[in-house]
Design a protein around this ligand. Structure first.
Ligand SMILES: NC(=O)c1ccc[n+]([C@@H]2O[C@H](COP(=O)([O-])OP(=O)(O)OC[C@H]3O[C@@H](n4cnc5c(N)ncnc54)[C@H](OP(=O)(O)O)[C@@H]3O)[C@@H](O)[C@H]2O)c1
Length: 303
């Protein structure tokens, strides 16, 4: 047997193993069991619509009570009704992560610590409304992205995790993003930077909290239907928020850095083989095109 044929055989074996592992992970492995979390509280930030609302309803289906945080009370109450229709309790807290004062945070901490919170979904996130060059971004927008995506996420984690450590039980999910972690995102610089931060925070905490029995997971999706993505119709590449949240809750406790929707993982595999420079150029062109398209549309609307 020649060296080349041995290398060929090993590569084929690796590819077969890789494909079987992918199929097993997404379709056959035992989903995370939520049984021991039934009747306990989950906190979902940014729960009034989009992915956060979907997480809230899916957690209620698993038997958890849900604390819903965001600014729009009417929308939160609508999600609370859906949570309660699954037989769970809900608690609506109107909270603005961008402008909360020290006193607001203290009040929130007291409210959350009066309940047994076992799950935290750090979902809240803001982005620019259309791809924008770093030098053209308004400072106020940059600050808002950092306050909501980084500072609020960090504060929520500091509030909720100590009690989890005492009880040696808990789950903390961070909604990071494929853009920033798995691929570059020119024209979404601050947003993707904040998502890379969340991913780094999550993976570091996973190491620190594992011995306390706490599961920490960073989730790195590409597009999901929502207000933020401005995609309303789901497709093969873009799952609905409901489908995405369902897949995510099944994959808890497995990969620390997770892409629970199968097609997103396919995208990340392809990207991992492409040179970074090529990815940067491609995404820059894509986002410039997207920006021009949105601007053209808004000019047409005004005319
Ligand atoms: N959708 C995607 O394609 C995608 C892809 C990758 C990662 N992600 C991440 O997934 C998470 C959820 O995204 P999404 O698409 O569901 O976003 P979304 O549709 O824009 O929803 C954002 C949620 O956050 C709340 N929120 C925004 N600003 C807030 C503030 N200052 N204080 C309190 N709540 C605030 C909103 O409610 P109110 O307006 O009522 O406050 C809403 O409930 C984000 O972290 C995002 O970065 C999304």
């Amino acid at each position: 047997m020649s060296v080349l044929s041995i290398i060929g055989a090993l590569c084929s074996l690796y590819s077969i193993f890789f494909i079987i592992r992918f199929i097993y992970r997404h379709w056959f492995r035992t989903p995370f069991s939520w049984e021991t979390y039934r009747g306990e509280w989950a906190v979902v930030t940014g729960a009034s619509y989009g992915i956060g609302a979907a997480y809230a309803v899916e957690l209620a289906k698993k038997g958890l009570n849900v604390i819903l945080l965001a600014r729009s009370v009417d929308k939160l109450q609508h999600v609370a009704q859906q949570v309660e229709s699954k037989g769970a309790k809900s608690l609506v807290i109107s909270f603005d992560f961008a402008s909360a004062s020290t006193e607001d945070w203290r009040r929130l901490e007291n409210q959350l610590n009066s309940l047994t919170v076992s799950v935290l979904v750090n979902n809240v996130g803001v982005n620019v409304s259309l791809p924008t060059a770093f030098l053209e971004m308004e400072e106020e927008k940059m600050d808002q992205i950092l306050r909501v995506n980084i500072v609020a996420t960090q504060k929520m984690t500091r509030i909720v995790v100590p009690k989890m450590v005492e009880r040696r039980k808990g789950i903390v999910l961070f909604l990071s993003s494929g853009g920033g972690v798995l691929s570059p995102a020119p024209y979404l610089s601050c947003y993707s930077g904040s998502k890379a931060y969340e991913n780094a925070l999550a993976t570091a905490l996973a190491g620190e909290l594992e011995s306390s029995g706490i599961i920490v997971q960073s989730i790195t999706p590409f597009f999901v239907t929502s207000e933020m993505s401005k995609i309303r119709q789901s497709s093969l590449a873009v799952p609905s928020a409901e489908r995405f949240a369902r897949d995510s809750l099944q994959s808890v406790g497995y990969e620390v850095c997770s892409n629970p929707y199968w097609f997103h993982e396919c995208i990340s595999i392809v990207l991992s083989y492409l040179p970074l420079k090529l990815q940067i150029r491609y995404v820059a062109k894509l986002h410039r095109g997207l920006r021009e398209k949105v601007l053209r549309k808004s000019v047409h609307k005004k005319e």
